[in-house]
Ligand binder design. Structure first.
Ligand SMILES: Nc1nc2c(ncn2[C@@H]2O[C@H](COP(=O)(O)OP(=O)(O)OP(=O)(O)O)[C@@H](O)[C@H]2O)c(=O)[nH]1
Ligand SMILES: [Mg+2]
Length: 253
């Protein structure tokens, strides 16, 4: 998975690979596998590992089959479904991710609550879209590298989803980057899109790593390494946005 570049990071880069980062990552692992957190569960930290928690609600949208459920599963360290099963209704998933701000002596544990909603529910029930957006901090707009129409529809998807006065972070995510033989969207297309829309674009491969057991990755740390760039990218973007909103820093735009 690859995240969009940021000129100056407020986080210590690759902290999750440091010895301190690995200690904190222990709180999202259980018996070397990624721990699944229910809505009211949270990581248990010992007094030797103090941290602040920052919670964000993130609505994941995009046309059916683009990879919304697969992306959330990948970020949560769960098995990515190999077949397409349409998501009926709304599925929420909590993902915890520790990061280390450069200017703080305490790590911050991000709690991302992803709201993944299948398109039929959005179309059928008027209350679903407002529910997904209520108190949300960000929307991920997904397209697939193998489906040009899903890419070309992103501007319309954004205006269908958010009104002009809705100030949520907008992040565009291209899925199926691994399917480069069937790619229908080029880097040049993405550069032009970024120039026009000035939005971050992430590129992801929602594929299972090797060795899966019981629907969870056998090697939780290997799975973490694969999803770290996207989780770090989300944390970076949302935190920076909050700092700009609080007047603590200036926008790079
Ligand atoms: N190779 C590859 N396959 C992917 C990727 N992302 C998703 N898929 C596959 O695409 C299919 C559809 O993915 P889903 O995540 O179920 O799609 P969705 O957007 O949730 O679809 P709905 O629930 O119907 O709205 C599944 O077979 C996934 O395994 C990817 O990055 N690479
Ligand atoms: Mg789905």
């Amino acid at each position: 998975m690859a995240a969009f570049p940021k000129p100056e990071s407020w986080m210590v880069p690759d902290w999750h690979q440091s010895s301190e980062g690995k200690e904190y990552l222990g709180c999202i692992l259980r018996r070397k596998k990624r721990k699944f957190f229910g809505q009211i569960e949270r990581p248990v930290l010992s007094p030797q590992l103090p941290a602040d928690i920052a919670s964000y609600k993130i609505f994941v949208c995009g046309k059916s089959g683009v990879g919304k459920t697969a992306l959330v599963a990948k970020l949560a360290g769960l098995e990515v479904p190999s077949m397409h099963h349409e998501t009926t209704g709304i599925q929420t998933t909590c993902v915890y991710w520790p990061v280390r701000p450069r200017d703080s002596d305490r790590p911050v544990i991000f709690r991302f609550q992803f709201w993944d909603c299948g398109e039929p529910a959005l179309k059928k029930f008027d209350h679903v879209l407002p529910d997904c957006k209520e108190k949300a901090d960000a929307v991920l707009f997904l397209f697939s590298f193998t489906d040009r129409s899903s890419f070309e529809d992103v501007p319309a998807l954004m205006s269908r989803t958010l009104g002009q006065d809705e100030d949520l972070a907008r992040i565009v995510v291209g899925t199926k980057l691994d399917q480069y033989m069937h790619a229908d969207v080029t880097e040049q297309d993405l550069l032009e899109f970024q120039r026009t829309w000035r939005l971050p674009v992430m590129r992801v491969r929602n594929v299972n790593g090797p060795r899966l057991v019981d629907g969870r990755s056998l090697d939780g740390r290997a799975a973490i390494a694969e999803s770290a760039p996207v989780l770090n990218g989300l944390a970076e973007h949302l935190w920076h946005r909050d700092c700009v909103a609080a007047g603590l820093t200036v926008s790079a735009e």
